[in-house]
Ligand binder design. Structure first.
Ligand SMILES: Nc1ncnc2c1ncn2[C@@H]1O[C@H](COP(=O)(O)OP(=O)(O)OP(=O)(O)O)[C@@H](O)[C@H]1O
Ligand SMILES: [Zn+2]
Length: 484
């Protein structure tokens, strides 16, 4: 079996051949921490979390770097607003908030959303502000090779010279003359309006804390440069996969690729881009104001349902948000976890204790190998659940146990068992709950045997109040946790 991914740079699905056998290095663009996360951001992180988990499942040792862009025009502008009369940010925001405090506050909101929804922590999460020397070194290499120049005016900026790099535009297959100008600086200081800022000279009125000394004068780095410097610092001058949302393909990734390759680095071998979460057809975006935050979605559904919903489409497709889609996801999760609960109660925790050591079905594996075809993989998951339920109903213990192990392996590799705030089927909490509820059900059975209906109903009410549903069947009472 071969892993294959769609590579945006070559516009084709390519066999994945890592630079170093048995290893994979992945960099994907993290958040510009200028505001609250929305579920579009989280979908991106879930897509690359699925990639990481799948590479690991296939036996690769994966190094993942996801940056935090903690210095940026938008962060400074938001902080400046907090000092000015127009301040009208979210009620929770403190007035007069320094840019670095604002960035850190939002960084933590992103971390909380990632953790709640089971996005594994990367191997490392560099902040742009911690890598200024590496950025200077990259600018210097570009100047030395004739691909960058200090601004022609006195702004103190340094620009990448797009005309000096013949491959400029190759990631997005654009002709340089058809491209828009870069809007990050006054065009009077540039050789070409498309030249983009590597370094932004300090301007009056900006906070001095957002300024670093450099050979070209005080200032701060440009966004594109930040990612190039951080990716190569940790993953080397050439690495396997660079990821991010499709909206970043141009100009961000085009510029990253141009400046890194012009500096002499091989840079990314594969470029992978997740599709957008849209709301009524339009990209969910802070600037459009059509966002749904993870916290809002988590009021409508449990973390596992939200994770399922955001991760169920193939990562390159558009996910158009409709509130009813959460109900469909909830029903799917209910089917899968209803089976896990029933079967693990019957066969005990050992069948779900080490899901990572059980293999996934072949059909699931080949779907994931094929550019992470999650919808097809989920088809196999649901088929296995159906087969497991049939086996349970027919008293086919071996078949049901096998289905249970497969289902645990599949849900684990999809990250559905790492969400926060759900009782994990294989945890000590689940086992303790099992013992306590069974004791209650035994007491209830005794009460019923002596026709003490008041006592039996009282036990049922206590369990119901704790969110436990009791069902009486031919084989006695069974219980389950009430789900969304
Ligand atoms: N609506 C969306 N759907 C899917 N991925 C998204 C969406 N919006 C942003 N992303 C991705 O999330 C990651 C972090 O994004 P970043 O902080 O740069 O946000 P952004 O694009 O500036 O968001 P916004 O447009 O809301 O300001 C990037 O990989 C980006 O492509
Ligand atoms: Zn980036």
């Amino acid at each position: 079996m071969t892993l294959r991914f769609y590579d945006t740079a070559s516009a084709e699905v390519r066999d994945f051949v890592p630079l170093e056998a048995g290893k994979a290095s992945v960099y994907y663009c993290g958040a510009t921490v200028q505001g609250m996360p929305h579920v579009g951001h989280v979908r991106s992180a879930i897509a690359f979390d699925q990639l990481t988990r799948w590479l690991e499942y296939r036996g690769l040792r994966v190094t993942v770097v996801r940056n935090v862009t903690d210095i940026d025009d938008k962060i400074l502008a938001k902080s400046a607003l907090s000092f000015g009369p127009d301040w009208a940010e979210e009620a929770s925001a403190k007035a007069e908030e320094e840019w670095w405090a604002l960035a850190y506050r939002y960084e933590q909101e992103f971390e909380l959303a990632y953790d709640t929804l089971g996005v594994g922590r990367p191997s490392y999460e560099p902040r742009a502000t911690g890598h200024i020397p590496e950025m200077h070194a990259l600018i210097q290499r570009l100047i030395d090779r004739g691909h960058a120049y200090p601004a022609l005016d006195d702004s103190g900026d340094v620009y990448f010279d797009v005309r000096s790099w013949s491959k400029y535009g190759s990631l997005t297959r654009q002709n340089i003359d058809d491209m828009q100008g870069a809007e990050d600086a006054d065009p009077r200081g540039k050789r070409d309006a498309r030249d983009f800022a590597l370094w932004k000279g300090f301007k009056d009125g900006e906070p001095t804390t957002a300024s670093w000394v450099s050979p070209w004068g005080a200032g701060r780095p440009g966004w594109h440069l930040e990612c190039s410097a951080m990716a190569t610092k940790y993953l080397g001058s050439q690495f396997d996969i660079h990821g991010g949302g499709l909206d970043l393909r141009f100009p961000h990734h085009e510029n990253e690729m141009a400046q890194s390759q012009a500096a002499g680095d091989g840079f990314a071998n594969y470029w992978m881009h997740n599709g957008m979460v849209t709301y009524e057809g339009e990209k969910m975006s802070k600037s459009v104001g059509n966002t749904v935050s993870p916290a809002e979605m988590l009021e409508l559904a449990s973390p596992r349902v939200v994770r399922y919903y955001l991760g169920q489409a193939q990562y390159r497709s558009i996910l158009d948000y409709r509130p009813t889609s959460l109900q469909e996801a909830a029903a799917a999760v209910e089917r899968v976890y209803g089976f896990i609960a029933k079967a693990s109660k019957k066969f005990g925790g050992e069948f779900v204790a080490h899901p990572e050591s059980s293999p996934v079905p072949d059909g699931f594996g080949s779907a994931m190998d094929d550019d992470l075809n999650v919808p097809q993989a989920l088809g196999v998951l649901h088929e296995t659940v159906r087969a497991g339920n049939t086996a349970l109903a027919n008293g086919d213990d071996a078949g049901a146990q096998q289905a249970l192990q497969s289902v645990m392996a599949m849900t684990t590799v999809l990250g559905l068992n790492d969400v926060r705030g759900e009782v994990q089927e294989n945890s000590g909490t689940a086992q303790a709950l099992e013992v306590l509820v069974e004791a209650q059900l035994e007491a209830r059975a005794k009460a019923r045997a002596t026709k003490d209906w008041a006592a039996s109903d009282a036990i049922r009410d206590v369990l119901a109040a704790a969110g436990i549903v009791v069902e009486d069947g031919a084989d006695g009472a069974s219980w389950s946790l009430k789900r969304d």
